[in-house]
Design a protein around this ligand. Structure first.
Ligand SMILES: [Zn+2]
Ligand SMILES: [Zn+2]
Length: 291
């Protein structure tokens, strides 16, 4: 037996087990000579501990070795395996802790991503709601600089445009020029209509702006185009869709492709698609709709 195995837990402590765990010999007296294994916690007689009476007495009287741990034969045999297992267990524990941390981080990231997306969706929804009655009119010439009633001049132009789109009798509409006046540029006009159906009527009527008599536009408003008041997200989506449309027209050599309700579809003859809703309510100058 090695010195470290030999020592301590000598029998000055109270012996709970009445017998040696190996040979089952009964211990005698209040302080029998035996060792307590620091791993299995069983008690062992001197013979089974491989310690002579003489050595035991020395150990007992020597304070330096008195508290060194003792391990029985059985535990000494399995100790390397136990140590190995303890190491493996410790490594597993570290891995689990690392996974738990990663999971926790991921959960937090995911939560903030979801919260951000929800927030974004709510903001987008609100913005669309705020714009749902609006249309944007492009290329309406600015009133003359010397005019004393610019708002009144714009109102006359708007009424004429709406008349041309065959939208007469629209009530409760309001309008404003967007941005500050700048030289040479006709600012956009945002018109807020009284209802969503009024908006669709106007958007649907934009094709009349480019009606032709022979090869000539029938109205002075042929350069006007009217779009829904889109959010930034909708504008980006629309722009991407237009790029995709041009690409597909070239690739598929098909000029009958159009954008209809946020999708690229083939133009059908004499359909509603042709006449009113080609792009989502957008008409473009120089691209007259077929009447
Ligand atoms: Zn024994
Ligand atoms: Zn033991």
């Amino acid at each position: 037996m090695m010195a470290s195995q030999v020592a301590s837990h000598v029998a000055s402590q109270v012996v709970n087990n009445k017998t040696c765990a190996q040979c089952e010999i009964s211990f005698k007296g209040k302080s029998p000579k035996c060792f307590n294994c620091s791993i299995c916690n069983f008690w062992f007689c001197l013979e089974c501990s491989h310690v002579s009476n003489k050595v035991y007495d020395v150990l007992k009287s020597e304070p330096n070795v008195k508290n060194l741990p003792f391990n029985c034969d059985g535990c000494t045999r399995v100790l390397p395996k136990i140590t190995e297992l303890a190491k493996a267990l410790h490594l597993q524990q570290l891995k689990i802790e690392s996974c738990e941390k990663k999971y926790e981080d991921l959960k937090n990231t995911l939560q903030s991503v979801v919260e951000e997306q929800v927030e974004k969706a709510i903001t987008e929804y609100r913005e669309r709601e705020e714009r749902k009655l609006n249309i944007i009119i492009h290329n309406v010439p600015e009133p003359r600089a010397e005019s004393t009633d610019k708002k009144g001049d714009d109102e006359i132009s708007l009424k004429e445009i709406l008349l041309t789109t065959k939208c007469v009798g629209l009530k409760n509409f309001d309008f404003v020029r967007l941005g500050r006046p700048s030289d040479g540029r006709d600012r956009l006009i945002k018109v807020t209509l009284g209802s969503v159906s009024d908006k669709h009527r106007v958007l649907g009527g934009t094709r009349y702006l480019r009606a032709k008599i022979g090869q000539v536009y029938a109205h002075r408003w042929s350069k006007i185009f009217i779009t829904p008041d889109q959010t930034k997200e909708e504008r980006i989506k629309n722009m991407n869709l237009k790029r995709e449309l041009e690409k597909r027209k070239l690739e598929e050599k098909n000029h009958d492709l159009i954008i209809f309700r946020w999708e690229i579809v083939e133009r059908r003859p004499d359909s509603l698609v042709n006449s009113t809703m080609a792009t989502p309510g957008i008409s473009e100058p120089g691209r007259p709709f077929r009447l």
